[in-house]
Design a protein around this ligand. Structure first.
Ligand SMILES: Cc1cc2nc3c(=O)[nH]c(=O)nc-3n(C[C@H](O)[C@H](O)[C@H](O)COP(=O)(O)O)c2cc1C
Length: 376
């Protein structure tokens, strides 16, 4: 089966993934918070951006991108997603291997279902995403574990100041660790391939945090509580402490304000413009709408990453046109993993790569950043 014929668009993979995973898992992956307008806004804002083709030019599209001192084959990569392994068992390793094969960075969440140590052997370029532990000893230990496992970049996520309500997840009765209530078991029975993979791999858990569960576990808390108890809402002082403790590239993720972005440039090597896939704050702006002001605030050369609702190579170019240097995707890669395992993740890379090349040909450009002259 040639996936390019049966599933030529990322939306085809999303539709297939939906049939392969139980309802509560789909709700976990797709949901945003509140009325989900922030997630819709991100997609609509991208759709509104038009790019003007130039004709009668000879071009040879080259997607190679130098970012944070490193050469990548692609201007996009995999954003951190907590509990990837619940979307498809073993997904963290699949995503890491596929990213390595495709010459792109892979980000591992603090709340992943695999530890940095377990993912390390599968890495090409790995970025570890930190949900700020309140205890500096735990923070230092996590950073050491990530570094020792081969992660070269660190992402400090700053947009989870408070847990959001995520009403859709609540309605789906999502719990962590998974509790196999009759309702959940019924939904699981509708997704036999997922159920089989879970039986083979074991029930997904917040493996990286298990080491720190300590007394909390003894008190009968669930792992999701452990996750929140370990976390704090980082402030500028916290960012400075992380800067001192990490000597590789440091990215600050979840920034939407030009003022915050400008201030972060003193401490971080890149700012990652994101509304967390719409999962934190219903009124958050679309990343692409705040990009131009942030670009202006940080200057032309400061590295900016952006994400949110990217569903095609065209969307990647739209973000680059508005000032991003690098683009990341969360859900789309998980649609690939849930549809066809590692082959599905490779197919997401393929769709985006081929889409980018086709669009660059239309625009008459050889390098992605040349798209900035085509806003129309
Ligand atoms: C199910 C899910 C879990 C996520 N978990 C994390 C996380 O653990 N850490 C983090 O920094 N961002 C997390 N994010 C946000 C992503 O890194 C990224 O910002 C977002 O998914 C981009 O939007 P997209 O999914 O439309 O591509 C998560 C997103 C989703 C959908």
């Amino acid at each position: 089966m040639d996936l390019d014929d049966t599933h030529p668009a990322l939306s085809d993979l999303a539709a297939h993934a939906r049939k392969r995973v139980p309802h509560f898992i789909w709700e976990y992956l797709q949901s945003a918070t509140g009325d989900e307008s922030s997630a819709r806004r991100s997609a609509e804002a991208l759709d509104r951006i038009t790019l003007v083709p130039r004709n009668l030019r000879k071009v040879s599209p080259d997607l190679g991108t130098t970012f944070l001192g490193q050469r990548f084959d692609l201007p996009f990569g995999i954003a951190p997603v907590g509990m990837s392994g619940s979307v498809w068992p073993g997904a963290e390793a699949m995503l890491a291997r596929s990213a390595a094969r495709n010459g792109a960075p892979f980000s591992l969440s603090t709340v992943a279902a695999m530890t940095p140590e377990a993912v390390g052997p599968h890495l090409g370029t790995g970025w570890f995403q930190l949900y700020a532990p309140g205890d500096p000893e735990i923070r230092r230990d996590m950073l050491k574990r990530a570094r020792d496992a081969g992660f070269t970049g660190l992402i400090l996520t700053v947009d989870v100041q408070t847990p959001s309500r995520r009403e859709r997840q609540r309605r789906a009765r999502l719990t962590n660790p998974m509790q196999f209530t009759p309702r959940i078991l019924w939904q699981t029975a509708q997704a036999p391939f997922w159920a089989l993979a879970i039986v083979q791999n074991g029930v997904p858990k917040l493996r990286t945090l298990e080491k720190y569960a300590g007394d909390t576990k003894a008190k009968g808390e669930t792992t999701s509580h452990i996750g929140y108890m370990l976390r704090t809402a980082p402030d500028w002082e916290y960012l400075a402490a992380v800067r001192d403790e990490w000597d590789g590239p440091l990215m600050v993720k979840g920034v939407l304000s030009a003022e915050d972005a400008a201030r972060a440039t003193d401490l971080a090597d890149a700012v990652w413009i994101s509304n967390h896939g719409g999962r934190q704050f219903e009124a958050a702006p679309a990343p692409v709408d705040v990009l131009p002001a942030i670009r202006q605030a940080v200057g032309p050369d400061y590295p900016l990453i952006a994400d949110g609702a990217v569903r095609s190579g065209t969307d990647i170019l739209r973000l680059i046109a508005k000032g991003a240097d690098y683009v990341m995707l969360g859900r789309a890669f998980h649609h690939g993993a849930a549809s066809f395992g590692e082959r599905g993740v490779d197919h997401v890379f393929h769709i985006l790569r081929e889409g980018l090349k086709a669009d660059m040909g239309q625009l008459g450009i050889s390098r992605p950043e040349e798209v900035r002259d085509h806003l129309g």
